[in-house]
Write a protein that binds this ligand. Structure first.
Ligand SMILES: [Zn+2]
Ligand SMILES: [Zn+2]
Length: 140
């Protein structure tokens, strides 16, 4: 009862399977990387926008060269990444800092909008006075 060879054997088999799984997932990763490369090539809006618009951040005016062009990103003005008109009207070249800023502002804007909507509903409940009619009756 001290030793249980079949159990030991089973453990070894599990280990081997795990290695095979790891190899398989590495392959899957490579395949999915190749697929996402295809996807970005199909979208290609960054390259298009960089061709249409000057290599300058639309917000802070920082100019970019081939050396640091990777820091110049393409922003979707309406925040809809599926809206990619060929004339580039929905694209804006932004440096990574301004791009980040633009998105946090948009998030803030959405939060404010949500708060405003919530606040608009509140006053009705707050100003609702169940004794309003009673006061009227008393003042009569
Ligand atoms: Zn900028
Ligand atoms: Zn953006």
């Amino acid at each position: 009862m001290a030793n249980n060879p079949p159990y030991k054997k089973k453990t070894t088999t599990t280990k081997l399977n795990k290695t095979a799984d790891q190899r398989k997932s590495a392959m899957e990763r490579i395949v999915s990387m190749a697929r996402s490369n295809n996807d970005s090539r199909a979208e290609g809006y960054r390259e298009k926008s960089l061709k249409i618009h000057p290599h300058v951040c639309a917000k802070c005016g920082r100019a970019f060269t081939q050396d640091n062009l990777t820091e110049l990103t393409v922003h979707h003005k309406d925040h809809n990444h599926d809206n990619n008109p060929e004339d580039g009207s929905n694209w804006e070249n932004l440096c990574i800092y301004c791009h980040d800023n633009e998105h946090s502002r948009y998030t803030e804007f959405l939060a404010t909008k949500k708060n405003t909507l919530e606040k608009e509903e509140e006053p009705d409940a707050a100003t609702y006075n169940p004794f309003a009619n009673l006061n009227k009756l008393l003042n009569k």
